[in-house]
Write a protein that binds this ligand. Structure first.
Ligand code: FPP
Length: 273
C-alpha cells in the first residue's frame, strides 16, 4: 500500500479512504462490470461511442490503483458475447479503442509490473485485435505484480461450457471418458481464470442490479458492490470507497460467521433438562 500513499496528498479524501483500508484484509481479486458508457454520452448529447472513449481513463486509473494497493488480480468486463448485437460502428469503435489502449498503456503496464491476460472466446476477434492482444500478453508475461484479466468476447455460461468440453477432451485423449466423474475442481481448474483466486469483490457501475453473464462460476461467494456512478466517471475515490465498504462486510461462506479463531468458538452451556 506504500506505493498508493506515494501518490496521495495527506488530508484529502483518497488519503482518508486509504487510511481506512486494512492492508492485511485486501480483496485479492476485484472484478468490475464497467457499465454506463452509453448513458454518460447520451446525457451530454454525444454519440454512444464518446462514452466508450471516456471509459479508457477509468480503466487506466483502476489498473494503477489496484497495482499500487497490492491487489493480486483485477478482471474487467470489456466486451461480452452478447455485445456483437450492437451496431457495427459501435463494435468497431470498441475494437479500435482496445487497440489504442494496448498500444498506449503498454509502457505504463510494464512500469507497474502488471501482467495482462485476455479471457473469452478470443478466436472470434478480428485478427488485428487478436494480434495486438497476444503481443501485449506476451510482452507482460514475466511481470509479477497485478494480474489484469481483460474479458473480451466473454460469457460466463460459455466459459463453463468451454471448461466442461476441455475436461471431456482431456479424458478422451487419456482414454478415461467412460469412467469420468465431473467435479467442482475439474471445472474450476479449466476455467479461463484458473490461474487466480475467485473474485472477493464484484463492482458494477451505473446502478444496474444484474450480473450480466459475468464470471458466473467464480462469483459464488463474492461481495457485490453496486454504485450509481457511470463508468466514465469512476475514479480512484470510487474504487477506494468500494474497498472500504468490502472490508465492512462479514463474509460467511454459508456458515455463521467468517472463520472464527478456534479459541473464540464457544460451546453453549447446557440448560436444565
Ligand atoms: C458498457 O456500457 C460498456 C461496454 C460494453 C464496453 C466497455 C468498454 C470500455 C470501458 C472502453 C475501454 C475498455 C478497455 C479495456 C480499453 P454500455 O455501453 O452498455 O452503457 P449503457 O448501459 O449506458 O448503454
Amino acid at each position: 500500500m506504500k506505493a498508493l500513499f506515494d501518490t496521495l496528498h495527506p488530508g484529502d479524501r483518497d488519503w482518508e479512504l486509504a487510511q481506512a483500508i486494512d492492508p492485511t484484509r485486501l480483496p485479492e481479486h476485484i472484478a468490475i462490470i464497467m457499465d454506463g458508457n452509453g448513458r454518460w454520452a447520451e446525457r451530454r448529447l454525444l454519440p454512444r461511442v464518446a462514452g466508450h472513449k471516456a471509459g479508457i481513463g477509468p480503466v487506466r486509473s483502476a489498473v494503477e490503483t489496484c497495482a499500487r494497493l497490492g491487489v493480486k488480480a483485477l478482471t474487467l468486463y470489456a466486451f461480452s458475447v452478447e455485445n456483437w448485437k450492437r451496431p457495427r460502428h459501435e463494435v468497431e469503435t470498441l475494437w479500435r479503442l482496445l487497440r489504442y489502449y494496448l498500444k498506449q498503456e503498454l509502457p505504463e503496464l510494464q512500469r507497474n509490473d502488471v501482467r495482462l491476460q485476455a479471457i473469452g472466446r478470443l478466436e472470434a476477434l478480428p485478427a488485428a485485435v487478436r494480434g495486438e492482444l497476444e503481443s501485449a500478453v506476451e510482452a507482460t508475461a514475466n511481470n509479477r505484480g497485478l494480474l489484469v484479466n481483460l474479458a473480451i468476447n466473454y460469457g460466463g455460461r460459455a466459459e463453463i461450457v468451454d471448461a466442461v468440453n476441455a475436461v471431456l477432451e482431456m479424458a478422451r485423449l487419456e482414454g478415461s471418458l467412460g469412467t469420468l466423474k465431473m467435479d467442482e475442481d475439474l471445472i474450476a481448474t479449466n476455467l479461463y481464470t484458473a490461474s487466480c483466486p475467485d473474485p472477493d469483490l464484484l463492482i458494477r457501475t451505473s446502478g444496474e442490479m444484474r450480473i450480466s453473464n459475468f464470471l458466473l462460476w467464480q462469483i459464488a461467494y463474492a461481495e457485490l458492490y453496486v454504485t450509481e456512478t457511470l463508468w466514465p466517471d469512476f475514479t480512484r475515490t470510487d474504487l477506494l470507497e468500494a474497498v472500504v465498504a468490502y472490508q465492512k462486510r462479514e463474509r460467511r461462506y454459508g456458515g455463521l460467521r467468517a472463520d472464527p479463531p478456534a479459541d473464540r468458538i464457544l460451546i453453549p452451556a447446557l440448560g436444565p433438562s
